[in-house]
Design a protein around this ligand. Structure first.
Ligand code: AMP
Ligand code: MG
Length: 321
């Protein structure tokens, strides 16, 4: 790797290749069909794909960046022998070509934490009927690797292992990246939607508070899709104006990468109680108790925030321990 490149770019350039490998592992597990499902909690399942991808991500990132903290959805331990071909050393050279602003040049590896996770195998497991998968649900699957420096989500990678899976002959899978204040790649920013208010939200964790926040924003259309990564992709590509989730169900590994990438195009993601970005330092609480409000453009955020019902805000603030 070009060790002379700024650390933030090397972190992202490596994460792109690690996420690609995790995607290959996921497809391999899925195609063999031996999913090894473990129930972690209500509505929260883990599969062999989650465990193996996690193993690849931790082993690869920790060997390249030993002083960084690594926080993973399935824990931080690699408890199996890591096959040598899961250890990724490559970097994506296109990321290294980005020009790094001065404020990101002096970062030290010890200040860095990776927050990574996989979204959302639950929907696949529930929808293993071929008919539903053919309707596009595999597109919702994402590998997320977020990079925080101190408390701030600075960079991130979203990999979709099944992107294009419904298009014959098209290359399977894609990886997008972004660094706040620096640049992004792997996608084209969509034009902001002006004529319609389209809101994206959860498809599997809806409750009365989630619905009441959505209703208060009078959407023309609601896109219920799985995973924080997939929802933010809809914002990045101009398919939705806002992502609204009035629940404390998302964790730091769900939002770190999407938040940083969204900020890299001028969008904004915050909690729904104070309207502040989440903090991601190594010892931070994993749950995002204050819900998620994200908008494709920074200017739109204030309007959506102003519409959140007081009862929803109160419920979210009381839900934190
Ligand atoms: P969703 O938008 O429902 O796909 O959720 C985005 C991410 O947050 C996924 O990784 C979910 O597993 C997680 N999540 C959201 N709500 C909950 C919940 N009530 N219980 C467990 N995980 C949740
Ligand atoms: Mg998950």
């Amino acid at each position: 790797m070009a060790q002379t490149s700024p650390l933030i770019l090397r972190l992202i350039a490596s994460s792109v290749c690690v996420a690609n490998k995790a995607g290959t592992i996921i497809r391999d597990v899925m195609s063999k069909g031996e999913l090894g499902i473990v129930e972690k909690g209500k509505n929260d399942l883990q599969t062999e794909a989650d465990r193996s991808a996690q193993c690849c991500i931790i082993a690869s990132l920790s060997s390249q960046f030993p002083a960084a903290t690594i926080i993973g959805e399935e824990g931080e331990q690699v408890n199996q022998n890591v096959p040598s071909d899961w250890l990724v050393n490559e970097v994506d050279s296109s990321v290294l070509e980005a020009s790094c602003p001065d404020n990101l040049k002096g970062i030290k590896e010890e200040e860095v934490s990776f927050n990574f996770g996989l979204n959302p195998f639950l929907i696949i497991l529930r929808c293993l009927s071929i008919r539903k998968l053919k309707n596009g649900l595999l597109d919702h699957v994402t590998v997320l690797i977020g990079v925080a420096v101190g408390e701030k989500a600075v960079g991130g990678v979203i990999h979709q292992p099944y992107y294009n899976y419904l298009k014959e002959g098209a290359p399977l899978g894609r990886t997008i990246w972004g660094v706040d204040g620096c640049g992004f790649g792997g996608f084209s920013v969509g034009s902001p939607l002006k004529d319609k208010r389209i809101i994206t939200t959860t498809r599997s964790h809806c409750d009365a508070a989630v619905q009441s926040a959505l209703d208060a924003m009078c959407p023309d259309e609601i896109l219920r899709v799985g995973g924080a990564g997939h929802k933010v992709l809809l914002l990045l590509e101009g398919k939705a104006n806002a992502y609204v989730f009035a629940s404390g169900g998302c964790k730091k590994w769900d939002t770190c990468a999407p938040e940083a990438i969204l900020h890299s195009i001028g969008g904004r993601m915050t909690d729904m109680v104070k309207g502040e970005p989440y903090r991601y330092h190594a010892s931070v609480e994993h749950r995002n108790w204050g819900g998620v409000l994200a908008t494709a453009t920074g200017e739109d955020h204030a309007w959506y925030f102003s519409r959140i019902p007081e009862s929803v805000r109160e419920k979210l603030s009381k839900s934190a321990p």
